[in-house]
Design a protein around this ligand. Structure first.
Ligand code: SF4
Ligand code: FES
Length: 486
């Protein structure tokens, strides 16, 4: 590997590494706007300039790569980079002044305030005052469909959003029109971004507040939000996300890119806006037995009477829950072959690079590794109808099951002498069970999944569950009067 020096610190990096990335590995963060690891480099913003020994002009670190080591002298220093010289500081201050020429002082009303790269870099590298005496260019804000609003006054023309629609989502809805001070980011005539199932990503990509989410606009100042690392339950791979919440309420889901994993930079709009179903409304649900509120003791006794004491118990686990939940649920089954998997949601593959499976049951693998058999519910129905299985425990979320599967599950619950459903909110199917227990949503618990690519992905608790709503392992522990035989 070639050796380079960054601010006199020697390091070895792979040939072809971007200078900007090499600087990051030694903890030097180079300011940048147009660079994004998942997009093609364009070097338009000029914010990432660095000094390279032997080069007459400053160079853009987002497009300059480390050359290979010479064959006859592999230990030679191939490049000396300086990121803290007066020339670099002057260039950054100049670029900031240039970018702010037309940028309004919108921060008090801008959604990006608090996570805006213009604010951050202006504070760190800007000059502190402006020589702009002319009137700033003005546009009215525009709707780009139902999801995205653009405020062109704030745009710094980095073209990240344009490159995203061209290179990643492929619809090319956004383009750059006109030239010079009239240059503007806009959609082709008559086009909106509504048809783009990944449109929400342009809001994350925009380093300033030009592209905003209609859903989040003016709702919450970002510095009030706490961010908890989690995963998207509504993707095939359990995409890493941040849950941004405040006051026990989720306000948005955002992608949480993993280092060196390009496929984790973006999430679909279905995943992004799914946060709404994890905010509880109304009163906390309570355990029920035969449709009326009941104690856990009463439910445990009923389960024992039907299952372990006089017959057999089968469990049905939907593969959208965590592995801890699967493990504990599995312990309620009388034998290893009485663990059944459910869930049949599919997700159309729009971007094959970012979605390697159409299976919407993201932890199918984790459940399978814990002995759950998918596609065998007909077998369970026959066992219940014949009386070989007396009690059935169902772990279920209605969003991940089709009408056809729901009907089959309904027949199983109806045929069982005793059935217990574990759900976050009672569905029609859950209400048809003999007993019902309220469980935490994935935002109210910590667990992990094994996705379709075999990757272990953890998620952490963001919200406090209402009193009396518990995790699956906690309920199973308290149903422990049921002896586990496997
Ligand atoms: S709208 Fe945002 S992302 Fe798009 S070019 Fe302007 S500043 Fe860049
Ligand atoms: S980040 Fe390098 S020129 Fe914009």
């Amino acid at each position: 590997m070639p050796t380079i020096k960054i601010n006199d610190v020697e390091m070895s990096v792979n040939p072809g590494t971007l200078v900007l990335d090499a600087c990051r590995t030694v903890g030097i963060d180079i300011p940048h706007y147009c660079y994004h690891p998942a997009l093609s480099p364009v070097a338009t913003c000029r914010m990432c300039l660095v000094e390279i020994k032997g080069q007459p002009k400053l160079a853009t670190s987002c497009t300059t790569t480390v050359p290979p080591a010479p064959k006859d002298n592999p230990d030679a220093v191939v490049m000396e980079v300086f990121t803290n010289t007066p020339a670099v500081a002057d260039a950054r201050a100049g670029v900031m002044e240039f970018l702010l020429i037309n940028h309004p002082l919108d921060c008090p009303i801008c959604d990006q305030a608090g996570e805006c790269k213009l604010q951050d870099y202006s504070y760190s590298y800007g000059s502190g005052d402006s020589r702009m005496a002319e009137v700033k260019r003005r546009y009215r804000y525009e709707d780009l469909g139902a999801k995205i609003v653009i405020d062109k006054n704030r745009c710094i023309h980095c073209t990240r959003c344009v490159r995203f629609t061209k290179e990643i989502s492929g619809g090319s809805e956004l383009t750059v029109a006109s030239r010079g001070s009239h240059l503007e980011v806009t959609t082709f005539a008559g086009k909106s971004m509504d048809q783009n199932p990944y449109a929400g990503n342009v809001v994350d990509l925009c380093p300033v507040g030009a592209l905003t989410s209609r859903d989040f606009r003016f709702k919450k100042r970002v510095w009030y939000l706490k961010s908890v690392p989690s995963i998207s339950r509504h993707s095939a791979l359990g995409s890493p996300i941040w849950i941004d919440h405040e006051g026990n309420e989720i306000h948005r889901f955002r992608p949480r890119p993993l280092e060196g994993k390009e496929t984790t930079h973006f999430i679909s709009d279905e995943e992004r806006y799914a946060y709404k179903r994890y905010n509880r409304a109304g009163q906390a649900p309570v355990p029920t037995l035969k449709g009326v509120p009941a104690s856990l003791d009463a439910i445990r006794e009923a389960l024992q009477a039907a299952g372990p004491m006089s017959g057999t118990t089968a469990v049905i686990g939907q593969g959208t829950f965590g592995c801890d939940a699967a493990q504990r649920l599995g312990e309620l089954a009388t034998s290893a072959d009485l663990r059944f998997g459910s869930g049949d949601k599919t997700i159309p593959v729009v971007l094959p690079k970012y979605q390697t499976s159409a299976d919407g049951i993201l932890n199918r693998r984790g459940f399978t590794e814990r002995g759950f058999r998918f596609g065998a519910l007909e077998e369970l129905l026959a066992k219940v109808q014949s009386g070989a299985v007396k009690a059935v425990v169902l772990l279920h979320d209605v969003a991940f099951t089709s009408d056809k599967e729901s009907e089959l599950l309904g027949q199983i619950l109806k045929a069982a002498a005793f059935s217990l459903a574990l759900e976050t909110e009672a569905s029609a199917l859950g209400r048809a069970a003999t007993a019902w227990l309220p469980i935490t949503s994935f935002a109210e618990e910590s667990d992990f999944i094994i996705n379709h690519d075999g990757e272990l992905r953890r998620y952490q608790k963001a919200l406090q569950a209402p009193k009396g709503v518990r995790t699956v392992p906690a309920w199973v522990k308290d149903l422990a009067g049921v002896p586990a035989t496997v």
